[in-house]
Design a protein around this ligand. Sequence first.
Ligand code: ZN
Length: 160
Amino acid sequence: MGSSPRIVTFHYTLRDPSGRVLDTSAGAEPITYLEGGGQIIEGLDEQLRDAAAGVKRAVTVLAAKAYGEFDPGQVQRVKRGLLPVGDELKVGDQFQTGPDRQAPIVTVVSIDGDEVTLDANHPLAGVDLTFDVEIVSARTATAEELRHGHAHGPDGACQN
Ligand code: ZN
C-alpha cells in the first residue's frame, strides 16, 4: 500500500491451469474497480497495484486468494424432495439456494435414488487462475469514491 488507492479499468481473459478460457471481457465492457474495494478477487487486486495504463500482464492467482480452497465440508447429501427443482435434476446441474442473487450456488455431484449430493463450493474453489490482463486506464480515486468504496462514472457521478 502506501500510495493512494486508484480506480483501475482493465480487460481480461481468465484461464484455468489447463489453459481453458473460463471468462473474458473481450468484446464487452472492461471491468472498473477501486483498489482494495473488494470488487475483484483479492489476489488479482494485489498483483495489479503497480500496473499502469497500457500494461499487459499474465497474473496467476492461487486458489486461496481467488475463490478459496476446496472445502469437503461444503459437500452434503440432501433429500431430493427438499430441493427447489423439478424432475429433470441431473448431475452437473447448478442452482441457487435462495431467491436473491447473492445466494450460494450449489452443484449436483451425484444422485442416488432419493438422495442428492450437493457441492456448495464455488465452482472455481481449489482452482489456480491465470488472468491475461490489459490495463485500459488507471487514476487516483477521488475522496468521494473512497468514501463510497467504489468507482464513479467519467463525469464523477455515483451510479449506485
Ligand atoms: Zn458512489
